[in-house]
Structure formats: structure tokens, C-alpha cells
Design a binder for this molecule. Structure first.
Ligand code: SAM
Length: 287
């Protein structure tokens, strides 16, 4: 049904469960059964899924280290009329998982790329965290080393949207410690662990409490994690960030306090009154 006259050949990007096999969609099973080849991140890992759903389609491996020759040879098969399904070990391919290069090259070659949507740990966690979900950003895995990780968090200090991270059991404690240090104990967050699995736990609290909660019990440090941090609630004071201040300071070198404040307000969108007060302080300090 996939590669016949009515359905032209395609590269299918197929989501699979992140734990609970009951989350596999009927469409995913149908597509995996009917394609000519399944490109899997780890064929041994995916063999269990195939067995469970009675899928006997041929599998080949595809991961981020696959070279260009491999990408092109897979796509050549689609050109020849075969359909290929890409799956990763869990969840949606390309989301912190292999597949980007394959999809990018397929699009460049005008091949049909078809999404077969399903579970993704990002949306699964966000849907139950109790944090604002109208605007959010996904930041992937924080850096492995402390300096890089803290820098990453610092760059997000003023981010107003809800921030989503993936984290591994090896680094969850260090990451929570650094989040606490950078975002502060009062920042709301959620630790979503082992989603859809037997020991699923979703704990939403302030970072200070979350640190105690996760340190209290080693079992809470095991498994797979999504950590969600509420975005910054920006006060007017906070919006006077480094860039706005720099603009104000430069303009004050050649304009009056009133003019510099008015112009900076126009450029940055920050309230004129606030800038006027700050401009006064700067000019007093300079005189
Ligand atoms: N492609 C996957 C997706 O759609 O979510 C993500 C793959 S990424 C290599 C694996 C990371 O996703 C884990 O380290 C964890 O941060 C998160 N993750 C995957 N499954 C999870 C689960 N059941 N519970 C919590 N986090 C999970």
C-alpha cells in the first residue's frame, strides 16, 4: 500500500514509543509493515519493537555517523521507487536523534518525505508539567561539563518562554545544581522522569525544592529525564539588559538625558520613564 501506483515512493519519518508500547500508532505499524526497508538507529534495539508488532520488514542501520555515501545510497533506493521508513531508538526521529541529514538531502533531491507523527518526550512532558505551554523552547541536552552548562543556562536567564531540556541519569544532579545556581531557588520547574514507563514520575516545584526532592532518593535519579524550567517573568527593571544600557550610555555621550532616554526607548521598546531615571543616574555618576 505504500509503494504501489497510488502511493509514490517516499521517505517516511516514523515516531515510535518512548517507553509504553501501547503508544505506537496504528499508522506507524502499517507503514513499517509496508515499506521496503526500515532505517533504524540501532537495529538490535528496534528488533524488539518489530517482533512485538509482527513487522518483518528488512532493517538497516542509520545513525548520525553514517557517511554521505550511506545517505545517498538510501536515497537512491527511494529514487528507484522503493519506500524507506526512518525510526530512532525511541520517540520522534530528528529530535535529539539521527535523521536531519537524510531529510535535508531528501528534500534537496525533491523526494517525498512523509511524517508519521507520534510520541515525543518534549510534548509528553510539557503536557503534564503545569508550566506555561503557549510559548516554549527546546534546548536539547545541556553541556556535559560544568562551565559549558552554566554558560548555556546563563544565556537563558532572561528567556521568557518555557525552557525544555533533555537530561541523562549521569548528569541530572549536576544539571539541577547548576539550574538552581543560575535561575535561582524560586524559579518554578518540573522533573519528568521515565515518562509512559512503570516508574513514571512528574514532579513540579520550585528549583530549590526540586533539588532536595531528587537528592533525597537515589531511585529518583534513575532513568530518562525531561527538565522543564519556567521562563523568566521579566520586571521592567530586568528588561534593562546589557544591550539597552549600552545604547543609553552611548547616546548619553552626545545627547541630553531627556533625548538619550527618549531615543533609547524608541530603539528598545523599554519605558521612557525607566530609562530617564537610569540616564539621570549615569549622568550624575559621570559628572
Ligand atoms: N527522539 C526522542 C523524542 O522524541 O523524545 C528523544 C531521543 S534523545 C536521544 C533521548 C532523551 O529523551 C533522553 O535522554 C531523555 O532526556 C528524553 N526521553 C526519552 N524518553 C523519555 C522518557 N520515557 N521519559 C523521560 N525522558 C525521555
Amino acid at each position: 500500500m505504500v509503494s504501489n501506483e497510488r502511493e509514490p515512493s517516499a521517505l517516511y519519518i516514523v515516531a515510535t514509543p518512548i517507553g509504553n508500547l501501547g503508544d505506537m500508532t496504528a499508522r506507524a505499524v502499517e507503514v513499517l509493515r509496508s515499506v521496503d526497508l526500515i532505517a533504524a538507529e540501532d537495529t538490535r534495539h528496534s528488533a524488539r519493537l518489530m517482533q512485538h508488532f509482527g513487522i518483518s520488514t528488512r532493517m538497516t542501520s542509520y545513525h548520525d555517523f553514517s557517511d554521505d555515501v550511506r545517505v545517498e545510497s538510501l536515497l537512491a533506493q527511494v529514487h528507484e521507487g522503493q519506500s524507506i521508513a526512518l525510526i530512532s531508538d525511541a520517540g520522534t526521529p530528528l529530535i535529539s536523534d539521527p535523521g536531519y541529514r537524510l531529510v535535508q538531502r531528501a528534500k534537496e533531491q525533491a523526494l517525498r518525505v512523509v511524517p508519521i507523527p507520534g510520541v515525543c518526550a518534549i510534548t509528553t512532558a510539557l503536557s503534564v508539567a503545569g508550566l506555561p505551554s503557549d510559548r516554549f523552547i527546546f534546548e536539547g541536552f545541556p553541556a556535559a561539563k560544568r562551565t559549558g552548562r552554566q554558560k548555556h543556562f546563563q544565556s537563558l536567564l532572561q528567556e521568557p518562554r518555557t525552557i525544555i531540556f533533555y537530561e541523562s541519569p549521569h548528569r541530572i544532579l549536576d544539571s539541577i545544581d547548576d539550574m538552581l545556581e543560575v535561575f535561582g531557588a524560586q524559579r518554578e520547574a518540573a522533573i519528568c522522569r521515565e515518562l509512559t514507563k512503570t516508574f513514571e514520575s512528574i514532579h513540579s516545584a520550585k528549583l530549590g525544592e526540586l533539588q532536595t526532592w531528587i537528592r533525597e532518593d537515589p531511585n529518583r535519579q534513575r532513568g530518562e529525564f525531561v527538565v522543564i524550567v519556567r521562563g523568566a517573568v521579566l520586571q521592567q527593571e530586568e528588561t534593562l539588559n546589557a544591550e539597552v544600557l549600552r545604547t543609553l550610555e552611548i547616546l548619553l555621550e552626545s545627547l541630553s538625558v531627556k533625548q538619550a532616554a527618549a531615543l533609547t526607548a524608541k530603539i528598545s521598546g523599554v519605558k521612557k520613564n525607566l530609562l530617564y531615571e537610569r540616564a539621570l543616574e549615569i549622568s550624575k555618576a559621570r559628572s
